[in-house]
Design a protein. Structure first.
Length: 132
């Protein structure tokens, strides 16, 4: 009897573990921040799996380029980013932007790309309120 009970409890535990889903996040804005004192040109964000993308032609020194969109589910598709800094074209390899575990699925995310004074890029998500 104890053996059957143990097997039954193990089965319930394993089925509960199997139904745990990864949280579903949504985003509604992409923001590119030029943290340099130079003009940044031709910023392109591309997602090869979907064919979607976003671009900014020129971003003034210490300026931003932003695009608000209807809320979309974040699918963790790899992205590639290209930009021109000074006289050189730069690009990233494809990468997946991870959502920090501290983010709340109830509020949309904002994808932020920052170009540093050295011309390098950092990418992360931030989150505000529901009316972001």
């Amino acid at each position: 009897m104890i053996k059957i009970y143990t097997i039954l409890m193990l089965g319930i535990f394993l089925s509960a573990c199997a139904t745990v889903k990864e949280p579903q996040y949504f985003y509604n804005e992409i923001l590119i921040a030029n943290k340099t004192r130079e003009l940044i040109q031709d910023v392109q964000i591309s997602v090869s799996e979907t064919g979607r993308g976003f671009s900014c032609g020129n971003i003034a020194p210490l300026g931003i380029c932003s695009n608000k969109i209807p809320s979309r589910r974040y699918m963790k598709n790899p992205i590639r980013i290209t930009w021109v800094f000074g006289n050189s074209a730069r690009q990233t390899n494809e990468f997946v932007l991870e959502v920090p575990a501290t983010m709340d699925t109830m509020f949309p995310l904002r994808g932020v790309l920052e170009i540093s004074p050295q011309g390098s890029l950092s990418a992360y998500f931030e989150q505000g309120s529901a009316d972001m």
